[in-house]
Write a protein that binds this ligand. Sequence first.
Ligand SMILES: Nc1ncnc2c1ncn2[C@@H]1O[C@H](COP(=O)(O)OP(=O)(O)OP(=O)(O)O)[C@@H](O)[C@H]1O
Ligand SMILES: [Mg+2]
Length: 384
Amino acid sequence: MFSTTQKIGILGGGQLGKMLALAAANWDFKTFCLDPTPEAPASQVCTGFTVGDFNNYDEVLAFGRDKDLLTIEIEHVNTDALQELERLGKIVHPSPRALDIIKDKGLQKEFYREHDIPTAHFEIFEDEKSLKKAIESGAWKLPLVQKTRTAGYDGKGVAILRTLEDLETKLLPGPCLAEVLAPIETEIAIVAARNAQGEVAIFPAVEMDFHPEANLVEFLLCPARISRLVEAEAEALAESVIRAFDICGLLAVEMFWTKDGQLLVNEVAPRPHNSGHHTIDSAHTSQFEQHLRAICDLPLGSTASKTPVAIMLNLLGDPDHKGPVRYEGVEECLALEGVNIHLYGKALTSPFRKMGHVTITANTVAEAMKKANFVKGKLKVCAM
Ligand SMILES: Nc1ncnc2c1ncn2[C@@H]1O[C@H](COP(=O)(O)OP(=O)(O)OP(=O)(O)O)[C@@H](O)[C@H]1O
Ligand SMILES: [Mg+2]
């Protein structure tokens, strides 16, 4: 429904909430965010802002009571309160059931297994000690990937264990899973969208390159450099995953294209995603507008690109700086054609914190890379 009076509640007020609120404002939609940080990025642009804990049952319930539609910008929220809000007649997208599965990597991987969705072989362990035992007994061989079941983000809940020494230094505490280390050729992500009528739209696959030290996506290239055949397979897989989860809204599907020719689902995020930021500048519909279209059951927008190539660079806090933020080199970058800078408005920077992103649009990969490297060398996030 297109309504400029309905109240859309967003759990979380970070950069994703901010960009969602900006897209909503473009249609005069009213957004309200719940976040524990009073000066969170979205607070500067949403219609209303509530300081509170999106993990607390009572606070989420109280927040949702006077809203018509609830959505999220982070999956680690109190889903019991969201279920209660559904019972009270509120529309909640994505569904609390899907969120419960997705926010626990163990349940998420079991879901793939049950639904015949290809994913790296895995086993769930009670804690790191039982995983260690399984390695010592030879049931699991190194190298392997250990992931904590909950609360991991930006690579923080992931350890690649290669040697016995890694078992002493890198093993993460708590309930976890072990995954076979996939021989990754290209890491890709596809943002899919689905509305309540079951219409699905798929953005072109993007290729992700990682910062070696921070384990964060450093830059992302659209379209991914994969064959048409693999791309079609990946799009079909993304569609089957969003349908399997029965999600209304966006679902970002991270996948591995392996050296032995397999397409594996790594993980999903039921919300706007880092791998869709370029769409603000490079696609007919941004992922944020698409999320609104999907959760409001409006016709989904065209996912076609407006430019042949787009690169998205995450602007990370400089590793040597911590404190009130200051940006260097913005003017030089603004002087370039096809460079769009997005700053999230976080007051404090710290090493590798996501502080903004830059989209570079160009006619060729070479031209885009040249500009991306220039921006990477010039634009710095420092402390005062
Ligand atoms: N089974 C695997 N085989 C090889 N590499 C893997 C495997 N699982 C994860 N990785 C690597 O670790 C990265 C982080 O893993 P994952 O996406 O599961 O964690 P995350 O903390 O949720 O990350 P993010 O929040 O950055 O998306 C992956 O993008 C990939 O590069
Ligand atoms: Mg990931």
